[in-house]
Design a protein around this ligand. Structure first.
Ligand SMILES: Cc1ncc(COP(=O)(O)O)c(C=O)c1O
Length: 409
């Protein structure tokens, strides 16, 4: 192997592609054809969504699963069902996808940003505590990258103050904390099945909960405000049609058969890679707390301290990509720095609260640091490969480190 960086004309560490996504086979084909031929394509007509809800909920330690069109709507419905009202404050991390906070605005509530922990990339419970005000009604911890947030500390805070806890588990299918599945750790869980996710039907989402009342409310809100004892044209609460269709559930039922073994493979490979590359100066893979009994590795994340490593992130990413390792910097900004928040472009939402809000003043230095300078992401499908794949990635990191002086400029 040439020691010259591929970026500078050397031979890349890796030329073979990594595992691609999505993975599907004959079972999906058969299931989709069966659904097509049945003519029962809607949630209320066929068996697939009802079956998927039961299986997914059971697998995630919950009595109830309510499947819906995506993992953004599921967050908003969880907030509505949980009794969040206009102007209530909801604590969210700034290091997450847009929806964690946009769903709060769409529920007419105020997102309040609390910083992440620099080692785990998850909400820092101390920052959450400091962000609580008399208006706070809920917390949305994100199990970022698929590693459960510090739910022990967050639930303790929430119980003391009677706050609703919605887990944003969009990355955390089959992840667990102290052997309890994500989605059953708070009051209600929200998952996404969008294309990139570890369980996918292109688009989709689900709410999980053990609370009968919350479940009934979510089910009603996702189904035009209907109730089980009502007639078809009888609508009880503000709501909409957010039901998941049968084709998507037909796919999800097959994907679910693979989830357990895929999650074990990702977790094994992710831990192996973390161990191999963490010996390099300035490389800090996402720290795994002892409570984390399974990481679903929707993303493999690390912090790259450019000063300690000896080269800045932009150059390292380019060099790794040239070595055949797909990787990226992830989010460019903390969420509160997105134009929507900076400009309070909330449309019809928050007409009163919006006057007192100034997202330009939010102070979340850990999130800013990882966005601006340090974070490196590798995507989940890579971790469905072999140990040799992990060795290629680790070898590429080592090669880039050895040649770091070439990347200083
Ligand atoms: C952390 C997080 N929350 C929520 C969502 C929203 O899910 P969806 O794309 O299904 O609406 C995503 C999706 O990318 C996400 O990453």
């Amino acid at each position: 192997m040439s020691q010259t960086l591929a970026l500078l004309g050397g031979t890349p560490v890796r030329t073979k592609p990594f595992t691609s996504w999505p993975i599907f086979g004959k079972s999906e084909e058969k299931s989709l054809l069966r659904t097509l031929r049945s003519g029962k394509w809607g949630r209320l007509d066929g068996p697939e969504t009802a079956k998927f809800e039961k299986r997914f909920a059971a697998m995630h330690g919950c009595k109830h699963g309510i499947a819906m069109v995506n993992g953004t709507v599921s967050l908003r419905i969880a907030l509505m069902a949980g009794g969040i009202r206009a102007g209530d404050e909801v604590i969210v991390p700034p290091y997450t996808f847009f929806s964690t906070a946009s769903a709060v605005v769409e529920a007419n509530a105020v997102p309040v940003f609390a910083d992440i922990d620099l080692d785990t990339f998850n909400l820092d419970p101390k920052a959450v505590e400091a962000a609580i005000t008399p208006r706070t009604r809920a917390i949305i911890p994100v199990h970022f990258a698929g590693q459960p947030a510090d739910m022990r500390a967050i639930m303790a805070l929430a119980r003391k103050r009677k706050l609703l806890v919605i887990e944003d588990a969009a990355h955390a299918h089959a992840a667990s904390s102290r052997n309890r599945p994500a989605g059953s750790l708070g009051d209600v869980g929200s998952f996404s099945f969008q294309s990139s996710k570890n369980l996918t039907s292109g688009e989709g989402g689900i709410i999980t909960t053990n609370d009968d009342e919350l479940a009934a409310s979510c089910r009603s809100i996702h189904n035009c405000g209907r109730i089980p004892t009502g007639i078809w044209y009888e609508h009880h609460v503000i709501s909409g049609n957010y039901r998941l269709g049968e084709f998507q559930s037909a796919v999800l039922n097959c994907q679910l058969d693979r989830l357990e073994s895929q999650t074990s493979t990702r977790d094994r490979n992710g831990q192996y890679l973390a161990k191999r590359i963490s010996v390099l100066p300035g490389i800090y893979p996402q720290k795994r707390p002892s409570d984390c009994t399974r990481h679903s590795y929707h993303l493999f994340m690390l912090r790259l301290d450019g000063r300690e490593f000896g080269a800045p992130r932009a150059g390292v990413l380019k060099a790794l990509q040239a070595e055949g390792i797909p990787c990226s910097a992830g989010y460019g900004w903390s969420l509160h720095q997105q134009p929507m928040f900076r400009n309070k472009a909330f449309g019809p939402y928050l007409p009163n609260a919006s006057k007192r809000l100034n997202y330009r003043k939010v102070n979340c230095p850990n999130s800013d640091l990882v966005c601006r300078e340090q974070c490196v992401w590798l995507e989940q499908s890579i971790f469905l490969g072999t140990r040799a794949d992990m060795d290629d990635i680790a070898n590429a990191f080592e090669k880039v480190y050895e040649n770091r002086d070439e990347l200083k400029a």
